[in-house]
Design a protein around this ligand. Structure first.
Ligand code: PHE
Length: 467
């Protein structure tokens, strides 16, 4: 096969190392913080169903192709795209996939770090006992107090950026990967413990009905766009993070099965987080499902404040959220760093400093959008909302669409088959046809629905027919 195509990078010992690294990237704030709050903002059930459908019909096929591209190119996303474009003789336009990812990664990390900073702050709050005996009103107040202090937010944002850059510069990704492989199962256990407490403390039937009763009338063009965007965000796809990790994939590995494992774990953690959070929300008169980005931070302290050993659980939980965010943040900046290092124009240290500073500065926009400049920047989006929308709902799906088209229509089918190591014809063609037809058409349709809804354009929308 592509023996001359081996990069400078070594290959992981087994596909399990890939699974750990990719899960470390995928499981993060997206699952624990973002999924519950956007579900609450978009009316629950039907939104969850659209998200799950997007994972299955778009996320998994695209993730498989992203891994294949990385495994084939064995370098940073920008250079992998150069190699692949040369190989298939496609126009230079397709290099854009690599660049789009570099830019999206920087923008996402800029706000990701601010939110991870909140988790750091709450870790401190849990230790200092400030969550003890707290109720809905108290939890709201605590969160509002944090948002009102830009200095504090900048401090924690800076701390998290320093943590991320330290790992990126030292290049000890695998050390962190190993740590994550121990901590992820602990996070999972903790979420189950939280779930049990939520069932006992909160209104579980209401939460369950909210998440799984499919009321399609709550769906709008914008909400299906957000759901699709989140499928990309939560799987870390469409921007090259998974491509970088695919670059270390051993030569013979069942990519399909591997990707399914990662996607299943990622989705499981998100659903668990939702099921742990919403019972508390519905049991408290002071918290609405549509609370917004603060949902996690105002609901869970109620559990920690009122259960036995809550101090310990609270501390552990926010520590684990921070760690999950940490292993994701590294993969957000890796496309940029690996590109710079491969060009020979800079070292990991220089890359870390330059991209770190840039990301940090951009993050200030998000910090201030929660206090000093909370007004809209474009349309009715404030800075944070704009950064989030632009990346999750536009850049990642666009990157994913381009990847699907590139792999589905331009790459050689025989090579794909051997790279994929899919021994069964049926499975290969299921993936291949989904990637060529279903995923791209779905992304395009959702883009159209979302755009029409946001711009207020009336057209015969399929959602209207559905609802
Ligand atoms: N998947 C991560 C999360 O859910 C975020 C992420 C997006 C990481 C894109 C890398 C690339 O938190």
């Amino acid at each position: 096969m592509n023996a001359n195509n081996k990069g400078v990078h070594e290959v992981w010992a087994s596909r399990w190392t890939f699974i750990l690294a990719a899960t470390g990237s995928a499981v993060g704030l997206g699952n624990i913080w973002k999924f519950p709050y956007i579900t609450g903002e978009n009316g629950g059930g039907a939104f969850v169903l659209v998200y799950l459908a997007c994972i299955l019909l778009i996320g998994i096929p695209v993730m498989i192709s992203e891994v294949v591209m990385g495994k084939w190119g064995r370098s940073s996303p920008v250079h992998t795209m150069h190699k692949l474009v040369d190989e298939v003789g496609a126009p230079k336009f397709w290099h854009g996939i690599g660049w789009l990812g570099v830019i999206a990664g920087v923008i996402i990390l800029s706000y990701y770090s601010v939110i991870a900073g909140w988790a750091l702050h709450y870790f401190g709050q849990a230790i200092s006992g400030n969550l003890q005996g707290i109720d809905g009103a108290g939890a709201n107040l605590l969160f509002e107090n944090l948002l009102a202090k830009p200095g504090m937010l900048v401090f924690y944002h800076s701390l998290f950026m320093l943590m991320t850059m330290a790992v990126v510069i030292a290049g000890v990704t695998r050390g962190l990967g190993r740590a994550v492989s121990v901590l992820m199962p602990v996070l999972l256990v903790l979420l189950v413990v939280l779930l049990i407490f939520s069932i006992r403390l909160g209104d579980f039937p209401a939460a369950f009905a909210y998440m799984f009763a499919f009321d399609f009338s709550a769906l709008t063009g914008e909400s299906i766009l957000v759901a699709m965007g989140h499928a990309f965000f939560t799987l870390s796809i469409g921007m090259g993070a998974i491509m970088v990790y695919g670059a270390y994939m051993p030569e013979h590995a069942p990519i399909g099965k591997t990707v399914l494992t990662v996607a299943a774990m990622d989705t499981g953690v998100a659903l668990l987080a939702g099921l742990a959070i919403f019972p508390l929300v519905f049991a408290s008169a002071d918290i609405e499902p549509a609370t917004g980005p603060g949902l996690l931070f105002v609901s869970l302290p109620i559990a920690f404040g009122n259960i036995p050993a809550g101090l310990l659980f609270g501390m552990l939980f926010f520590l684990l959220v921070t760690l999950a965010a940490w292993s994701s943040s590294i993969s957000l900046i890796e496309p940029a760093i690996s590109w710079l290092v491969e060009t020979g124009k800079g070292t990991r240290l220089q890359g870390g400093l330059v991209f770190g500073l840039l990301t940090w500065l951009l993050g200030l926009g998000t910090v201030f959008s929660f206090n000093l400049f909370s007004g809209p920047v474009i349309g009715n989006f404030n800075f944070f909302e704009l950064a989030d929308f632009l990346t999750s709902s536009v850049m990642l799906p666009l990157g994913g669409l381009l990847m699907a088209l590139f792999v589905g229509w331009l790459m050689n089918k025989t090579i794909l088959r051997s790279e994929l190591d899919m021994d069964r014809d049926r499975v290969f063609y299921l993936w291949y046809n989904c990637l060529r037809w279903v995923s791209p058409l779905l992304v395009l349709w959702v883009f159209l629905e979302g755009l029409a809804d946001i711009l207020g354009i009336r057209w015969l929308s399929l959602i209207e027919l559905l609802t």
